[in-house]
Design a protein around this ligand. Structure first.
Ligand code: CTP
Length: 226
């Protein structure tokens, strides 16, 4: 059921979530432990606040929030294509996905057979999707995530600037109240204006609504033109 408070009505919000999988051969891949919970919570929150919501998701074990349009992807390259196809008419783009920074340099078409002794897997960089969006953004409000273990605020601010973001949500993954797989999270919202808003530990679905509300507050009337 939809609440009456719908500040995102008429806006298209695109959210990415979950890990990506980078294939090694037909039966193996490189990935990470992202559960997708924060991204799915962001999608549910956007939908609840009235947005037309598109969720671009890597492989996760979660139920798609009702009313949300889902695009399933596997690799970082798939996610890049899907995000770009949704970017032009988006008002807000939230990149919660834990995109692989590296992928195997060559994908074997046949299953790799073991050999005597050790082996080395060569990796190459994937495209930084968020940075590409930062380079091409026009009216879009661009929101990133960062997981850090030290100097959380300083590293977060640096990422916000280098990727040309409007906001970044930084996560101290060493904090016992949050992180991969957890149902709760502890984050600080950083704005391009240098404002830092800390949030106490709370369930990810509640946190997601608070994050959107705080961003809308900080944007004031400026969101109307997006
Ligand atoms: N991101 C992306 N495309 C990538 C890698 C990351 O869009 N290929 C996005 C994530 O969705 C997230 C943000 O960038 O919003 C995370 O920033 P990033 O600098 O990639 O974080 P780390 O991989 O932790 O980087 P570092 O090793 O520099 O800390």
């Amino acid at each position: 059921t939809q609440g009456h408070y719908q500040p995102l009505k008429g806006k298209k919000v695109v959210i990415t979530a979950g890990p990506t999988r980078e294939r090694i051969d037909p039966v193996r891949y490189v990935s990470n432990f992202s559960s997708g919970k924060m991204g799915y919570a962001m999608a549910a929150a956007a939908q609840k606040l009235g947005a037309e919501t598109v969720l671009i998701s890597g492989p996760v074990e979660l139920t798609v929030p009702s009313g949300v349009q889902i695009i399933h992807v596997e690799s970082a390259a798939d996610m890049y294509d899907a995000v770009l196809s949704q970017f032009d008419d988006a008002s807000i783009v939230v990149k919660s996905a834990a995109v692989a920074d590296y992928r195997p340099k060559s994908v074997h078409t046949q299953k790799m057979k073991k050999k005597a002794g050790d082996d080395v897997l060569e990796l190459e960089r994937t495209t930084d999707i968020l940075k590409s969006l930062g380079d091409r953004k026009e009216h879009q409000l661009l929101i990133g995530f960062a997981a850090e273990t030290t100097d959380v605020i300083a590293y977060g601010q640096k990422k916000l600037e280098s990727k040309n973001l409007d906001y970044i949500i930084v996560n101290d993954v060493t904090d016992p109240g949050g992180g991969f797989g957890s149902d709760t999270n502890v984050v600080t919202l950083l704005s391009r204006e240098g404002e830092a808003t800390p949030f106490t530990a709370m369930p990810k679905d509640q946190l997601a609504v608070r994050l959107f509300e705080t961003i809308l507050q900080q944007e004031g009337g400026k969101l109307d033109v997006r």
